[in-house]
Design a protein around this ligand. Structure first.
Ligand SMILES: [Zn+2]
Length: 234
């Protein structure tokens, strides 16, 4: 499939209307925007300082030569619809949708999800725009490793078992993410996701495991730190 013919507006950035217009609005609107923005910054700071998922990803990126800076690589903005965040590969920036993220746990998951895209961008030189498989792979990894699929829906777990539920959830989330940012049909998206699913689902870097819970993520983070220490002693 030739993706290269698509115009820039097909790449999902229309979901972030404030991307290229950074003008302050007047009156009470700007005050409430400031409040949203401030709250978003505070939650982002807390996520980066305390989430073991985020700390591990930041450490792994630093090790790969892609040090992440809070002010340079994150941007709290208003977004359309119910989108929570995005990774803008052209500017290497993570967009956090301040109007749609209201809870710390949600912020932590969005930051982790987008940092996985940033990690893939850093280590694999992902061709987001021309290679549809690269995008599908990163969406599978982000859904699998960010905790997006590790909470809630007890009924589904009861019905299908934890493992099957997790895989089905990852596939479904990856599909929805792709359909949100690319003008492709459900069938086209399913075909690509299924082609790369097994290899990308089993790629757990940099966690070394699927962090199903904060406890798992803490284990993974400790292992990562020890790995680091071991290499430092060589
Ligand atoms: Zn994503």
């Amino acid at each position: 499939m030739d993706q290269s013919k698509q115009q820039e507006e097909d790449f999902g950035y229309n979901l972030f209307p404030d991307r290229h217009t950074r003008k302050f609005k007047k009156g009470s609107v700007s005050e409430s925007l400031f409040t949203f923005n401030h709250k978003c910054q505070v939650m982002l700071h807390f996520a980066l300082e305390t989430s073991p998922y985020a700390k591990l990803l930041l450490g792994a990126m630093k090790q790969s030569g892609c040090t992440v800076y809070k002010d340079r690589h994150f941007s709290c903005e208003d977004c359309d619809g119910i989108v929570s965040g995005g990774f803008d590969a052209t500017s290497s920036q993570i967009v956090l949708c301040q109007n749609n993220i209201h809870q710390q746990s949600h912020m932590n998951r969005v930051v982790t999800h987008e940092l996985i895209h940033a990690f893939d961008h850093c280590r694999a030189h992902v061709d987001w725009f021309n290679n549809f498989k690269h995008l599908a792979c990163s969406e599978i990894r982000a859904a699998n490793l960010s905790g997006d699929c590790s909470f809630g829906n007890e009924a589904a777990r009861f019905n299908f078992g934890l493992k099957q539920h997790h895989q089905a959830c990852v596939r479904d989330r990856a599909l929805r993410s792709i359909l949100a940012v690319r003008k492709v049909t459900q069938e086209e998206a399913e075909k690509v996701v299924d082609e790369v699913f097994d290899s990308c689902f089993n790629d757990h870097a940099p966690f070394g495991r699927i962090p199903h819970s904060k406890k798992d993520a803490n284990f993974a983070y400790r292992e990562f730190q020890n790995r680091d220490r071991y290499f430092a002693n060589l």
